[in-house]
Design a protein around this ligand. Structure first.
Ligand SMILES: O=C(O)CCC(=O)C(=O)O
Ligand SMILES: [Fe+2]
Length: 261
């Protein structure tokens, strides 16, 4: 296999590797690359849902997405972005932060990709944390935030009062690399514990602007056959819906993480 960096702030492209043939020792090497680069792209794959699941299981147990699945595959959802109105994925987010134990990684396999556009954007939250001042690091390091799925529940036509909520530290420490990362997002974070909504909003607005500076970002342009995995522990992502009616079909799954600390 050949590995090259995808962009300055994050990402690696792993070529000449058939992920169906990956054994435990190669998976260990891939996890080392994953912890270093935070996004891995495997071009030119040919995967059935079962093969995608088998590869993902090198990283742990799969968890279902709470709002739907592919028939027969409770842990896979189909993303179809054709003619789609804006939704919660067109906000910067880390997946399922409204859950007490959010997925550590999300893995997307593209069956169909638009000729142009429909990219996925990522922002490196380790860099975002590192570039805060010592004073701001101390403040955010002492904060806990509430995250909520209310908006997502509304989007899927479900009762927002039943939507899950969770509290997480605003700075989380990566359970494998030990690196600290900012852990707030516009899509799901509501407020800081023991702060009012209004007070929270002022600081959150600052952090939302800071955490997606162009210097922390990279984008993946999809080709059919691309398999991409990203680390929700230290990245935000954003589905850029700028491809209009051009079809885009992706199989998505996610792997269980630990409770953020
Ligand atoms: O469609 C994409 O590019 C990403 C959508 C997303 O946010 C996700 O799959 O978690
Ligand atoms: Fe997402």
């Amino acid at each position: 296999m050949r590995v090259r960096q995808m962009a300055a702030p994050l990402g690696a492209i792993v070529e000449d590797l058939d992920v169906r043939a990956v054994d435990a020792s190669t998976a260990k090497e891939l996890n080392r690359l994953f912890c270093q680069h935070h996004v891995l792209v495997f071009p030119k794959q040919q995967l059935t849902p079962d093969e995608q699941i088998a590869f993902a299981e090198h990283w742990g147990e799969l968890i279902p997405f709470p709002y739907g699945s592919l028939p027969g595959y409770p842990n896979i959802i189909e993303l179809r972005n054709r003619g789609k109105a804006r939704d919660v994925n067109q906000h910067w987010h880390s997946d399922m932060t409204y859950d007490p134990t959010p997925p550590k990684l999300t893995m997307l396999y593209a069956l169909e990709a638009p000729a142009i556009g429909g990219e996925t954007a990522f922002a490196n939250q380790i860099l975002a944390y590192q570039e805060l001042s010592a004073g701001m690091k101390k403040l955010v390091g002492s904060l806990v935030a509430t995250h909520s799925a209310k908006d997502l529940a509304r989007l899927y036509g479900q009762d927002p009062d039943q939507a899950s909520e969770a509290e997480h530290p605003v700075v989380r420490t990566h359970d494998e690399s030990g690196e600290k990362a900012l852990y707030v997002c516009r899509a799901f974070t509501r407020q800081f514990q023991d702060w009012s909504r209004q007070e929270s909003k002022a600081l959150l607005d600052y952090l939302y602007e800071h955490c997606v500076r162009p210097e922390y970002q990279a984008r993946h342009q999809w080709q059919a056959g691309d398999l991409v995995m990203w680390d929700n522990r230290c990245l935000l992502h954003y589905a850029v819906h700028d491809h209009g009616e051009d079809p885009r079909l992706i199989h998505r799954l996610q792997v269980q993480g630990t409770s953020p600390v």
